[in-house]
Design a protein around this ligand. Structure first.
Ligand SMILES: [Mn+2]
Length: 430
């Protein structure tokens, strides 16, 4: 529980940092004022910003080689919610949890919803899973799910997605995220066009089951586990399918699911322009779909993505309602620490993008002044907004330094007796 991190504990921690924060915040306020920016307005925007935590993210991840479990890992959805509550308690920017089925399944999901509410949490997009077989399952997903050549196989996968919508209604969610592992490992193994036709047929059935106020998010992935071709391999196929399905279907951007060196911020702009941006799975990568912590490798890319998002927000782009979520695998860190760091990193990119002088940028673009246009973005990116983020947390009763506060709480050690290790603990990454 969040018990250890009560107002007294966090308040005592914050008193250690308060004077320095006030100093830094005032200095940054004067700096921004010289650029015509009101720091309090930016701080207010930072306080409203949020990014969802994936329920599977609070467990230690792993690779296909090994998994090294951490201490006091959450063993079920209730304990995952407890960890998510700690992240939100200290960072004040992660009030939503994105659940995954069947990993988070229990018989009475209304109890899960009540537990989340008691912890100050609610549910973001529901993630379905047709990429691994479950005990007692009739058909195997070895050769695909929604695109499988066997109709009975496809119907099983469709039924699971429709079940997920029902689970989401119980939890109070408003969207379903569909990622399939379907694809091929050999040239010739799969007929590209037929496979996509089968996908669309399946998705039409799922789409028809969506409640009126729901959206469906299509997540693409270039490769893995299929290493020759993936049915929904890039944003082009994703958005084509979203357009084919209808207005409730959107294209989701997972930062790790693109070809190397692809201009992701430009893809984001295109999806916004055509009203098809679902939202994001934030993470970072060096080589491929590495699922490293958000902003740990390419913080400028993350900023440039938010530059497009803030641009759309400020000019009132139609039907612009992106869902933000983290999706990363924590193999060598405490997942709570990584998720706090990453949530703050994403929030940092958002705040930096708010500092972009858009009138000046527009002028430089009109005048073809490439250098000053670039410098306008760089000025915002290079501004250390840490005092704004810390003040936003402090204003909401969170921790000025969440990592230090979390470590001072000794959370894992306190929980170790209550959470003994279990064999094959739940983890995963999508
Ligand atoms: Mn993802």
């Amino acid at each position: 529980m969040t018990g250890i991190f009560d107002a007294e504990f966090v308040g005592a921690h914050n008193r250690l940092h308060r004077a320095a924060l006030n100093d830094d915040y005032e200095a940054l306020g004067r700096k921004l004022e010289r650029r015509g920016i009101d720091i309090s307005a930016i701080t207010t925007a930072a306080q409203i910003f949020s990014v969802a935590i994936p329920s599977w993210g609070v467990g230690t991840g792993g690779t296909r080689f090994a998994r090294f479990p951490g201490a006091a890992e959450p063993r079920n959805v209730m304990e995952k919610l407890e960890d998510c509550a700690v992240i939100n308690r200290l960072t004040c920017c992660t009030p939503e949890v994105s659940p995954h089925f069947p990993w988070d399944h229990v018989d009475d999901l209304s109890e899960v919803r009540a537990a989340a509410q008691a912890l100050g949490l609610s549910f973001a997009s529901i993630n379905s899973n047709t990429f691994q077989d479950q005990p007692g399952q009739t058909h195997s997903y070895k050769f695909g799910s929604l695109t499988h050549t066997d109709k009975a196989m496809r119907e099983q996968a469709i039924a699971h997605n429709i079940d997920c919508i029902a689970y989401g209604e119980t939890l109070g969610a408003k969207s379903l995220t569909v990622w399939i592992a379907d694809g091929s490992n050999f040239p010739g193994q799969q007929h590209f066009t037929s496979a996509l036709e089968r996908y669309l047929d399946s998705m039409h059935e799922i789409y028809a089951a969506l409640p009126g106020d729901w959206r469906i998010f299509i997540e693409h992935k270039m490769f893995e586990p299929a290493f020759y071709s993936t049915v929904i391999q890039d944003w082009g196929t994703s958005v084509l399918c979203a357009m084919e399905l209808g207005e409730k279907a959107y294209s989701l951007v997972d930062l790790g699911h693109h070809a190397p060196n692809v201009n992701i911020e430009m893809i984001v702009a295109r999806l916004i322009q055509f009203k098809k941006l679902a939202g994001f799975h934030f993470n970072d990568s060096k080589y491929g779909d590495d699922d490293l912590d958000s902003g740990s490798i390419h913080p400028y890319q993350q900023f440039l993505v938010f530059n497009e998002l803030v641009d759309a927000e400020q000019r009132g782009a139609p039907e612009f309602n992106p869902a933000y979520m983290l999706d990363q695998s924590h193999n060598v860190t405490d997942p709570i620490e990584s998720l706090m760091n990453s949530a703050m990193s994403v929030q940092r990119s958002y705040v930096q993008a708010l500092l972009v002088d858009r009138a000046a940028l527009n002028g430089f673009q009109q005048e073809n002044d490439a250098l000053m246009a670039s410098n306008t973005l760089k000025f915002a990116f290079e501004t250390d907004v840490a005092p704004i983020l810390a003040m936003a947390r402090a204003n909401r009763g969170g921790a000025i330094d969440p990592i230090a506060c979390y470590r001072a709480g000794d959370y894992r050690n306190l929980l170790t007796p209550k959470r003994p290790p279990i064999a094959g603990g739940a983890s995963g990454i999508v």
